[in-house]
Design a protein around this ligand. Structure first.
Ligand SMILES: Nc1ncnc2c1ncn2[C@@H]1O[C@H](COP(=O)(O)OP(=O)(O)OP(=O)(O)O)[C@@H](O)[C@H]1O
Ligand SMILES: [Mg+2]
Length: 303
């Protein structure tokens, strides 16, 4: 593992990627399928919001981040530091107040094409069945209904929900709804996959199964991924690069290249490797300070 200092982070991340080359299978290298995956870059990005009292609130401050095509980037940071806001701007659903977001070298100024976004909150259509929700992407892309449903059936099976095709979202558990969201995101074979705490609500076993499934699918198609999580173990087990954000206003505190070999195998087993523990300790030392700052602030506000 290598910690990339904030001052050198942009060039180093980019050059690390360039050194590894493209189109060759191996540790951290994108597969041929990633030829269509786009790189993501945030340069000097700040985001201000108007608060209910009318004042300006700085959610993000001067964020610089580069994610190479086909790379899996996990973002960790205290609650409220701007992780979801960052994803929203990469998706093109909101604009920075300063700085630019580029995808595939082009400044994002509309909805970012080829992107699937798994929102932090469930975003399923309550009046559609599981199958109907998962089939939405292909249907919108003009795939014939019968073919869209066949694809959806396959994805429902892959996320372990065979037999629940005709259920509606309110008839599912929280974890099952997350799995439907995952199938609905992956069925589109996105070149960019944005995931906002996708497994946060899952029990440990289901989370492990879903993480393994996600890794296997990512290794096949290699979209560029930004995966937001509060679970540092999950971040290290899955990602090529872990980004630690500061307490709000959020900025990038450090970027860690995770050089654990791929394929990683079962995420629940890689955690027991001594190397994994060392990586965890180093990143946690960075993250803990930010979590404490955030906690102290919220405690003072509550006094
Ligand atoms: N539309 C908005 N208007 C005003 N403030 C906002 C808006 N969206 C987000 N914020 C504020 O910006 C900050 C960052 O929010 P964001 O949702 O990005 O945090 P987060 O890192 O995703 O947190 P969590 O880990 O709890 O999901 C928060 O203080 C939040 O209150
Ligand atoms: Mg969030």
């Amino acid at each position: 593992m290598r910690k990339v200092q904030p001052t050198e982070k942009r060039t180093t991340v980019a050059s690390t990627f360039a050194r590894r080359g493209r189109g060759v299978h191996g540790a951290g290298e994108p597969a041929d399928a990633a030829g269509r995956a786009a790189d993501i870059e945030l340069a000097g990005v700040s985001k201000l919001f108007v608060t209910p009292s009318g004042s300006m609130f700085t959610a993000l401050r001067d964020v610089d981040l580069a994610i190479g095509p086909g790379r899996f980037c996990a973002v960790v940071g205290p609650t409220g530091c701007g992780k979801s806001t960052t994803l929203t701007m990469v998706a093109g659903l909101d604009r920075p107040s300063a700085g630019v977001v580029r995808v595939g070298g082009r400044i994002v100024d509309g909805i970012t094409a080829g992107t699937s976004f798994m929102f932090q909150a469930d975003a399923l259509l309550p009046w559609k069945t599981v199958l109907g929700n998962v089939a939405l992407g292909p249907v919108f892309r003009g795939v014939q209904k019968r073919e869209a449903q066949a694809q959806a059936r396959d994805w429902v099976r892959r996320v372990g929900l065979a037999g629940f095709e005709d259920h509606h979202p309110h008839q599912l558990s929280g974890g099952m709804r997350k799995r439907v969201s995952l199938a609905a995101a992956l069925i589109n074979e996105p070149s960019i996959l944005l995931m906002d705490e996708p497994f946060g609500a899952l029990d440990v076993q289901t989370k492990a199964i879903m993480s393994n499934e996600l890794l296997a699918l990512w290794e096949q198609t290699r979209p560029s991924v930004i995966f937001v999580t509060h679970d540092l173990e999950e971040a290290i087990a899955l990602a090529d690069q872990v980004v630690v954000m500061t307490a709000g206003p959020g900025t990038v505190k450090a970027v860690y290249d995770i050089d654990l070999p791929r394929p990683r195998g079962a995420v629940q087993e890689i955690r027991f490797e001594p190397r994994f523990a060392r990586i965890y300790q180093e990143i946690w030392d960075d993250l803990r300070d930010e979590v404490l700052v955030s906690y102290e602030r919220s405690r003072r506000t509550g006094d």
